[in-house]
Design a protein around this ligand. Structure first.
Ligand code: NAP
Length: 286
């Protein structure tokens, strides 16, 4: 059996069309144009590319965006002051701080400074706490994108065994909580998990976000598993791959997301979704 290759680009395109319609409707009915501010500190080339992509995606969706760039030696106080100004700016509905920040800055302090109503990345403690209780305001964009992919593909997670490989604060942990909320039975694995295959072999749905090429090989899954590969790794030859041995695993899985073209396009899409939701809420429309 060869897996269905899930087309994240096509799903993102259709979800973005709906987001654009919502932004236009809001503009027409209330005069409010959704606005996103992105703060970036330092010269990380990958961060610059991510920010450029987000700004371009905003333009296409009818969302105003502004980028505020700081040098790598910016102080924590300056960053927090910039967040504070954006919190008070009624034209800005979403604030995103591009990670990673320079090492001398506490990510937690900066993220906690973002107003909960504008926390479109969903990293504020309040939103993270909401995930535990099942009523978060803004779900973090990458796991939210995975959830949308599963919905779009008609894959119900209720009662399913789902294994999440990776337990980071931005992907693995929120992913596991969101799946639990949908009544999946969830196992979370991380670098110290002793026997990864013990868990991956149980999975009806396997979500992998570890940052290691070829971590998941065909022997580690059952036939018919749905495999969602969140990983993005750049190989020495410059090519991008996920965490899954795509060629091998696709012969055994029921469905699989490719890298690139799977989860990646959905992450930015859900940022747009959260930004328009924030603007709708600010305008009393949600
Ligand atoms: P991260 O903060 O480095 O976390 C990686 C997680 O994977 C950690 O929990 C780590 O365990 C676990 N891990 C590492 N090696 C492992 C192994 N051999 N077996 C099992 N678990 C292992 O990374 P992240 O930010 O979550 O990102 C993960 C991957 O997703 C990266 O490739 C990143 O580029 C990609 N990503 C993609 C998108 C997208 O839009 N597609 C968005 C965000 C991230 P410990 O907790 O024990 O260290």
């Amino acid at each position: 059996m060869s897996a269905k290759i899930i087309d994240g680009v096509a799903i993102a395109k259709s979800v973005r069309a709906g987001i654009r319609d919502r932004a236009q409707k809001l503009q027409k009915e209330t005069g409010v144009t959704p606005g996103l501010a992105v703060i970036i500190a330092g010269d990380n080339p990958a961060s610059k590319v991510y920010v450029r992509n987000k700004v371009r995606a905003c333009e296409d969706a009818g969302i105003n965006s502004q980028t505020i760039s700081f040098p790598g030696d910016v102080s924590e106080e300056e960053l927090i002051a910039a967040v504070g100004k954006l919190n008070d700016d009624p034209a800005i509905h979403g604030i995103l701080v591009q990670l990673p920040l320079p090492p001398h800055i506490s990510v937690r302090h900066v993220l906690e400074a973002i107003s909960v109503e504008k926390d479109v990345d969903g990293f504020h403690l309040y939103n993270v706490g909401g995930l535990v209780l099942g009523d978060t305001v803004f779900p973090p964009c990458t796991p939210y994108g995975v959830q949308k992919i599963l919905e779009h593909e008609g894959i119900d997670v209720t009662g399913k065994n789902v294994t999440v490989v990776g337990a980071s604060n931005i992907v693995g942990k929120p992913m596991a909580l969101m799946l639990m909320q949908k009544e999946a039975t969830v196992a979370i694995c991380h670098a110290k998990t002793r026997d990864l295959t013990l868990y991956t072999i149980l999975a009806d749905i396997l979500v992998v976000a570890a940052g290691h090429p070829n971590l998941i090989v065909p022997q580690m899954i059952r036939s018919g598993t749905v495999v969602i590969d969140v990983g993005i790794n750049r190989l020495p030859d410059g090519s991008l791959v996920g965490d899954v041995d795509f060629e091998g695993v696709k012969e055994k899985a029921a469905a699989i997301t490719p890298v690139p073209g799977g989860v990646g396009p959905m992450t930015v899409t859900m940022l747009l979704d959260n930004t328009v939701s924030a603007a709708e809420r600010a305008a009393g429309r949600a």
